[in-house]
Design a binder for this molecule. Structure first.
Ligand code: ADP
Ligand code: MG
Length: 302
């Protein structure tokens, strides 16, 4: 008796599902939508309400002009039916705009930031101000750098000095972002903070941090000279890093508010006294690694 009841219930249930599916099909848009799905009607009719939800998102996507206009529940994704054997799975599938964004942002995985603002990954050479001419030689050098790097010649980096807020960091970041788009791993490191953090990591990941900065294929040491100098930071950190990068021809960029001469004096005076020879040695390494350029311009910070 029980099993007969079960069968009757099941039939009633199927009938109900069929009716609600047929009701939904009275709507032209729904009908057109389900007809273009590669799924048989006898499966479709079990999912009327999900299909109606999917249709709403499908319609939202149809005339959508971009991610910023997305009206779907999950931005950039479309609730979509997919047949699997005799059932339908509904899942959120990335829309064409989201896929485009994925592609355009793929280079960011090649960029390692250390205490730099996240939006520095958006810096772009196309948007570099060209209103003052002091940028032009730098941009010309960037072009040379890119060409040479691709020919595996390991070009020199830049020592970019200049006034506060003139756009030094932005400029070098824009170049490194371009290199990342070519698939090269680049690191952008705010040097004073890196030093502080290295100092407090003796018991933990000191050597990983040190190796990271030593071996990154292309690196920017941002704002060098703004740190507190000590014999340790000069002789045990900066010196060996530069030595390694020189020996391995790893392009190294610096930005600084100090000229090389000013950096030399800053490096020669530490809390333990004055050592001009050691400071000179660092400067010699920087000169080996880079071409020196200056960016003078108005302060772009607001
Ligand atoms: P610096 O490193 O010389 O002190 P920054 O590179 O930090 O200067 O630039 C100062 C400000 O101006 C930053 O907020 C930066 O994002 C902005 N900026 C600099 N150059 C550009 C540019 N070409 N396009 C857009 N913003 C820029
Ligand atoms: Mg800067």
């Amino acid at each position: 008796m029980k099993s007969i009841n079960k069968v009757v219930d099941q039939q009633a249930n199927e009938l109900e599902l069929m009716h609600s599916y047929q009701d939904a099909c009275a709507n032209k848009e729904f009908r057109a939508y389900v007809e273009q799905l590669p799924i048989e009607e006898e499966i479709l009719r079990k999912y009327t309400s999900n299909l109606e939800d999917a249709l709403i998102e499908f319609k939202n996507c149809k005339n959508c002009k971009g991610l910023e206009h997305c009206e779907n529940k999950v931005k950039g994704y479309c609730y979509t039916p997919e047949k699997e054997k005799n059932i339908i799975n509904f899942s959120y599938v990335a829309c064409k705009w989201q896929q485009k964004a994925f592609k355009e942002n793929a280079y960011k995985k090649n960029l390692e930031l250390f205490d730099m603002p996240k939006d520095i990954k958006e810096a772009s050479l196309k948007e570099v101000y060209t209103d003052d001419k002091s940028r032009l030689p730098i941009i010309r050098y960037f072009k040379e750098f890119t060409d040479q790097y691709q020919k595996e010649k390991n070009p020199k980096g830049l020592y970019l000095t200049g006034s506060f807020g003139s756009g030094k960091t932005y400029l070098v970041a824009a170049l490194l972002n371009e290199m990342a788009k070519k698939g090269i791993r680049c690191a952008l490191v705010y040097y004073p903070e890196f030093l502080r953090s290295l100092k407090s990591s003796f018991q933990t990941d000191y050597s990983e941090k040190f190796d990271f900065i030593k071996t990154s294929p292309i690196i920017l040491l941002d704002d060098i000279g703004a740190e507190n100098e000590s014999n340790w930071s000069r002789d045990e950190v900066l010196g060996p890093i530069l030595q390694y990068r020189m020996q391995n021809h790893l392009p190294t960029f610096f930005t600084s508010n100090l000229t090389l001469e000013e950096l030399e004096s800053a490096l020669s005076i530490t809390s333990s006294g004055v050592d001009k020879v050691k400071a000179r040695r660092i400067i010699e390494r920087i000169k080996q690694l880079t071409i020196s350029m200056e960016l003078i311009g108005k302060n772009r910070r607001n």
